[in-house]
Design a protein around this ligand. Sequence first.
Ligand SMILES: Nc1ncnc2c1ncn2[C@@H]1O[C@H](COP(=O)(O)OP(=O)(O)O)[C@@H](O)[C@H]1O
Ligand SMILES: [Mg+2]
Length: 303
Amino acid sequence: MTVIQTRGLSKRYKDSWAVDHLDLSVEQGDIYGFIGRNGAGKSTTLKLLCGLARPTQGEALIFGKPVRDSVARRRVGALIERPGLYPDLGGRENLRLCATLLGLDSPERQVAETLETVGLSPEEKKPVKHYSMGMRQRLGVALALLGGPDLLLLDEPINGLDPEGIREMRELFLRLNRERGLTILVSSHILGELSKIATRYGIIQRGRMVEQITAGELERKCADYLHLKADQPQRAAALLERELHLTRWEMRPEGEIRIYETVDARAVGQLLAQAGIVIEEMGLHRQDLEGYFLERMGGADHV
Ligand SMILES: Nc1ncnc2c1ncn2[C@@H]1O[C@H](COP(=O)(O)OP(=O)(O)O)[C@@H](O)[C@H]1O
Ligand SMILES: [Mg+2]
């Protein structure tokens, strides 16, 4: 089932397009990594997806319904830019207020459960103005989780966290995705933060979708050669060339063979084993993921 579908979604501010004919689709159960540089249009897209901004052109469907449909919108939890927190209140009080505004049943229980889910102590009395960045982001995610949404929209939730905080956030997203079946769209300007958890990626540059790709497709695309080291490299190469009709391969110094076309690694293994050739190393070499994304986001020079 498609959870988010946009067609030609566009938003113009004064004389520039913040979002420019964006076609984005997110399937149920996805953790969708929405990647782009600062100013690429991520926050604006997320605002359009939860009704905080109106499109200039195009449309966005959530669970098959327009964003303005109140039933569909109730299934969405969002954290966009900074969470709207009352600085002088504690975390628990902030959640309580939000739960009351949402008209939730048994708000106390939901507040306590949500605090536990994101790893904040219900006993924490400190006003949120004294919260660390990590605690603030957790509370922001807690606010988005109130009401039990089926879709979470999270705008750079990992921004400004330390490595430990990043790891914990990633684990939280995986848990919500696996245990509760939540579909999650999470934006970032740093790929490394999402590459461990995303099932699909959308790369946005100057308001436009440059590429939408599943994690599996990305892996295949980034695999650029099969690397092989054998105890008799010349014999191995001759055999492979003859039996597998290889044309795109090369012999590197120190007897490393690189095969640039798609071959079945098991077939290579069997063939060499039958000929009594010992394989010392074999594996797929991948293009660097970070490089792949930087190229598509518009070069590495203007972060
Ligand atoms: N309310 C606004 N008024 C005018 N321009 C805006 C507004 N919000 C965003 N923009 C512009 O739209 C572009 C995309 O911004 P934004 O969606 O915030 O990007 P991102 O979240 O990827 O950093 C930027 O050039 C930004 O300056
Ligand atoms: Mg933003």
